[in-house]
Design a protein around this ligand. Structure first.
Ligand code: PBG
Length: 333
């Protein structure tokens, strides 16, 4: 005998809680706030801002304007900005000496920002690619990227950044053992309070193209970064990377790129329950801006949707070039 359908069929109507704005607000599981945003900013030694051709709407800022941007970010309530330099070509060398210059672009900008806007967090990138004439994140011997020799330079780079006032160093190089070395170097020199946010699961991705254009390393890059950045096919390996970085002293970790790698974010957050961030990288930003310009969707709407998706996947925050625009949209200013 077939079961008699209930006269009240369907008993469960999920559309009931979706029916009105107040109810949707009540059942919403995830929130996106300005507190979730980290704003990556490019700094140039040129005497005026320069547009980045492959990142529509993003400019490399003079040090002066980076200070102004930090002021604006603080007013918008963005917790932290991250600095990336476009090192002048004549200062790029095989051994990346400019990375250790206390007066290089990043260190100068850090000092100036911390003096002018003390209540915004300044994050500095620890990696050699903006400083090498070959565009790799490490020192080279022929075609080989040297691990331990590179770590010695990264250690010194992190210390110079901390001395300039960096609140948080973010190693993005993917050498083995660098978090441990950096923590040791910072502590040895009294910088116990400087945080380390490790790019723990950083993949060898083509989504970084526009960034390399912005820091001027792309055209110089010989070969690819697959001997140190992760294979996009792997997930268990990401967990091993994160486990190691936490054991070595990382305070928080980054998964990068962002949107195509949210499965990694989810696994990392569930397994380790540490502050976990994703980087919505340059290629993701460019993809959304170009698609919006072609009429595929509304940029503001897609921006907020993608940022919410990062939160839903388990991110505690997101590195995004959209940070100021998103903050304005979130707070309605
Ligand atoms: C390099 C670095 C890269 C990014 C941040 N730090 C590029 C790379 O690894 O080649 C990419 C960020 C982006 O694409 O927005 N150490």
């Amino acid at each position: 005998m077939p079961a008699t359908p209930s006269p009240r069929f369907p008993l469960t109507r999920l559309r009931r809680t979706r029916a009105t704005p107040w109810s949707r607000r009540l059942v919403r599981e995830t929130t996106l706030t300005t507190d979730d945003l980290i704003w990556p900013v490019f700094v140039t030694g040129a005497d005026r801002n320069e547009p980045v051709a492959s990142l529509p709407g993003v400019e490399r800022l003079t040090v002066e304007n980076a200070v102004y941007a930090a002021t604006e970010a603080a007013e918008l309530g963005i917790p932290a900005i991250a600095l990336f330099p476009q090192t002048p070509n004549d200062r790029r060398t095989a051994r990346a000496e400019e990375a250790l210059n206390p007066d290089n672009l990043v260190n100068t900008a850090t000092r100036r920002i911390k003096a002018a806007v003390p209540n915004i967090g300044v994050i500095t990138d620890v990696a050699l690619d903006p400083y090498t004439d070959h565009g790799h994140d490490g020192l080279m011997d022929g075609e080989r990227i040297l691990n331990d020799e590179t770590v010695e330079v990264l250690r010194a780079q992190a210390l110079v950044q901390a001395e300039a006032g960096s609140d948080m160093v973010a190693p993005s190089d993917m050498m083995d053992g660098r978090v441990n070395a950096i923590r040791e170097e910072l502590d040895k020199n009294g910088h116990h309070g400087v945080q380390i946010m490790a790019y723990a699961a950083k993949y060898a991705s083509c989504y970084y193209g526009p960034f390399r254009d912005a820091v001027g390393s792309g055209a110089k890059l010989s070969g690819d970064k697959r001997t140190y950045q992760m294979d996009p096919a792997n997930t268990d390996e990401a967990l091993r990377e994160v486990a190691l970085d936490i054991r070595e002293g990382a305070d928080s970790v980054i998964v990068k790129p962002g949107l195509p790698y949210l499965d990694i974010v989810r696994r990392v957050k569930e397994r380790f329950a540490v502050p976990t961030y994703a980087y919505q990288v340059s290629g993701e930003y460019a993809m959304l801006v170009h698609a919006a310009q072609a009429g595929a969707f509304d940029l503001d709407a897609v921006m907020l949707e993608t940022l919410m998706c990062f939160k839903r996947a388990g991110c505690d925050g997101i590195w995004t070039y959209f940070a100021p625009q998103a903050a304005r949209l979130i707070d309605g200013v």
